[in-house]
Design a protein around this ligand. Structure first.
Ligand code: ATP
Ligand code: MG
Length: 249
């Protein structure tokens, strides 16, 4: 068979195959009576299944329902929290892990942003933990203990520590060394740590430069200069001055 003959046979065969595939997909068309049903959107179905698997995995990793629902709602606007989301997605792209602090007023969308990132990232669902729970956790698993031990939490590949600054500030100040250890361990192993906090400023200097109120507590007031210094070296501080989105249309 010449080359021209062969390509003619091949295109005829392909056309026939395409016809058959189309009539398989749209059975109503063959009868010519009822309007054609839209072809199933397999990509959208696969996306929805993936999200539902991810949401289940998140629930198993400590995520609460409310931020997941906020992050999945139709009204969720990525542009409103682009600073937070960009920093989180950069973490995944860097492949070297790192520490990101999302700081902002109550309701500025910090927790929902971590949920949005967790739902959409290619990598596994991170562990989610309220800061107060972390500071209360015991170092090793003992009989009768509830929750995960500190030692295991410190080994997670990715951890979101939510609402730092709301934990009980015990007189010994051990929460300061606990946070320092957490940041140090995640940074040293190139893993991902995300901390959210209502403490808007990292240091008094940053607060004063941004003309914040002199009575506003800073992260270094709360956790000490040492942890802020470590964050300077290995972390990223993302502040938002956005007002609360709670109840906003
Ligand atoms: N990007 C967004 N677009 C639209 N609405 C949002 C967005 N992010 C958050 N919201 C709305 O704002 C509410 C508060 O968000 P979220 O709980 O994330 O704030 P937060 O900064 O974590 O607050 P807090 O400091 O009190 O923990 C959500 O329940 C949701 O209704
Ligand atoms: Mg929150």
């Amino acid at each position: 068979m010449s080359e021209t003959d062969f390509s003619a046979v091949l295109s005829a065969a392909l056309a026939k195959h395409a016809d058959r595939a189309e009539s398989r997909q749209r059975p109503d068309d063959r009868q010519g009576s009822t309007p054609a049903a839209p072809p199933p959107d397999f990509a959208a179905q696969a996306r929805a299944e993936r999200v539902s698997r991810r949401v289940k995995a998140m629930a198993a990793n400590g995520w609460e329902r409310r931020p997941i629902e906020a992050a999945r709602s139709e009204g969720y606007g990525e542009a409103r929290v682009s600073g937070y989301l960009d920093a989180l997605r950069r973490l995944d792209r860097s492949r070297l892990g790192g520490v990101v602090v999302l700081a902002g007023n109550p309701g500025s969308g910090k927790t929902a942003a971590t949920a949005r990132w967790a739902i959409m990232r290619d990598d596994h669902a991170p562990r989610f933990l309220r800061a107060a729970e972390f500071f209360r956790s015991s170092r090793y698993t003992r009989e009768g203990d509830e929750g995960e031990s500190r030692d295991r939490l410190l080994k997670r590949p990715a951890l979101v520590l939510d609402d730092a600054g709301t934990e009980f500030a015990d007189a010994s100040g051990s929460y300061r060394t606990d946070l320092d250890e957490l940041v140090d361990r995640f940074y040293a192993d190139g893993r991902i740590l995300v901390v959210t906090t209502n403490i808007v400023w990292a240091t008094p200097r940053q607060r004063d430069a941004a003309k914040g109120g002199a009575d506003e507590i800073t992260f270094s007031d709360r956790y000490g200069e040492r942890v802020v210094d470590r964050l300077r070296e290995c972390g990223q501080w993302v502040s938002s001055s956005a007002r609360s989105m709670r109840g906003a249309p």
